[in-house]
Ligand binder design. Structure first.
Ligand code: EPZ
Length: 417
């Protein structure tokens, strides 16, 4: 079982390039099920979750092959409409095959994903959306059985903003009869990237990136080519790595406007941040103030950056109140940060962080989920001595060669058995 050994002391300096966005690549790979033929994607990150998606597509009868960061998917008539539990339990995003298979083939059997460390993460909103398009949904033996000869466009109002729910509905609606209006649609940049690819395939989607999306159903979609957008969560993680080590880091091949909430909060905390159209530079800062954050759907502060920002606040001057409103249990990193000496009082949805500049010391810690692992690596960069992060398979799900990127900036970090 791999662990990550992080030794503190280095200020990170230099430039680093961001990989393609995991949370754009996953829905886009599932959208290939809507169109038979050869789909080609560039800038696809090398991640465990991409491999899991390829495995699931393979189990459905699709071929996929990787050539560096280019990834091809060849879709023919599926040999089965069933997404098996063994594959779905490894990656919750597998539920995103429901919309495409149902829309294209009129029936789908998808295992219920089950919960995960950060919350129960139900899929009720996904299923309500499919029902709104006319699907019959039955839950049986831990599987979703969905049937519908031909989906019909409808107006769907999501009572709660859901990224995956919006993505499943978008994909299903592209082949439905008539028009679908999605109200309270998620506005994440990854939703926009998915809509761009669907439209490249011949879909008729407008309003993506706003809370009202309009999708006019079409007869058929055809495969296309697309370059995956940069990963804004990796970019934010690398910015915080530079900031927490009082370094000077230029994060390239990213989209600063996807990072506005984080940039504003870091500036409020005292950091000087320079941006161009495709890069963000964090300048060296000796001390920074604690600031409060509240996570919420885009364009507000991303829940996927909460754990990483908390690491930065553990060594800020003052007290920061961190409120998590998206997931019900996304403070698993708190206990591990406290093992490094952080002074945090976690409550249900609020964590109070009393900053201790220079106050962390290295210790063995355990990753519990993807972004928590990143948070522990960031804290390890400044916790005196050595920090050994266990269960970093969580990290490998969502970060391509993070240790290589951090080492190239001068961090003392390596993977150990
Ligand atoms: C996506 O998850 C991302 N994953 C998550 O990133 C991200 O944290 C999340 O969006 C929020 O931005 C991918 O894109 C693959 P939601 P998703 O549906 O779609 C509740 C990472 O670290 N909900 O927007 O599952 C849900 O429980 C991952 O890369 C329902 O109640 O998130 C949560 O509390 C972690 N019923 C809230 O809504 C539903 O049917 C937001 O979930 C669906 C969701």
């Amino acid at each position: 079982m791999d662990k990550m050994l992080v030794t503190s002391g280095a200020s990170l300096n230099g430039s680093v390039e961001v990989s393609g966005a995991k949370n754009a690549a996953l829905p886009i790979l599932f959208s290939t099920l809507l169109a038979e033929g050869e789909h080609t994607f560039d800038n696809v990150p090398m991640l465990k979750d991409i491999e899991s998606t390829a495995e699931l597509l393979q189990s459905l009868g699709c071929e996929s092959k990787r050539d560096g960061h280019t990834f091809r998917v060849h879709v023919t008539k599926l040999k089965t409409f069933e997404a098996h539990y063994d594959l779905v339990r490894k990656m919750r995003a597998s539920i995103l095959c429901l919309g495409p298979i149902l829309a294209k083939y009129g029936e789908a059997v998808v295992s219920l994903p089950g919960g995960c460390a950060i919350g129960t993460r139900p899929i009720d909103l996904h299923l309500d959306a499919m029902k709104a398009l006319g699907a019959e949904i039955e839950l049986k033996d831990g599987y979703v059985l969905a049937k519908c000869k031909k989906l019909k466009g409808a107006t769907v109002l999501f009572e709660k903003t859901t990224v995956g729910g919006t993505e499943n509905l978008m994909m299903a609606a592209t082949l439905a009869e008539g028009t679908t209006i999605i109200e309270n649609a998620a506005k994440e940049p990854e939703i926009v990237d998915l809509a761009i690819y669907l439209n490249k395939m011949g879909a008729k989607i407008t309003g993506h990136g706003t809370s009202v999306m309009r999708i006019e159903g079409v007869e058929k979609l055809t495969p296309a080519r697309h370059s995956i957008m940069p990963d804004r969560i990796e970019a934010g993680t690398l910015m915080i790595a530079g900031a927490i080590t009082k370094g000077d880091v230029l994060v390239q091949k990213c989209n600063p406007q996807d990072l506005e909430a984080l940039i504003n909060k870091m500036r409020e905390s005292g950091f000087k941040i320079e941006t161009t159209k495709d890069s963000v530079r964090v300048l060296p800062q000796d001390k920074w103030e604690a600031v409060d954050i509240t996570t919420a759907p885009h364009p507000l502060f991303a829940t996927d950056l909460q754990a990483q920002f908390m690491a930065l606040m553990t060594v800020a001057h003052g007290t920061s109140v961190i409120t998590e409103t998206v997931f019900e249990n996304r403070f698993m990193h708190v206990n591990e940060l406290m093992r490094l000496g952080a002074d945090i009082t976690p409550k249900t949805q609020v964590a109070v962080v009393r900053g201790k500049p220079g106050g962390l010391s290295g210790a063995p810690v355990m990753a519990t989920d993807l972004r928590a692992s990143a948070s522990l690596v960031l804290a390890g960069l400044v916790a005196k001595g050595e920090t050994l992060v266990g269960r970093i398979y969580h990290l490998d799900r969502g970060y391509e060669n993070l240790e290589g990127k951090l080492s190239s900036l001068g961090a003392k970090i390596k993977r150990v058995q």
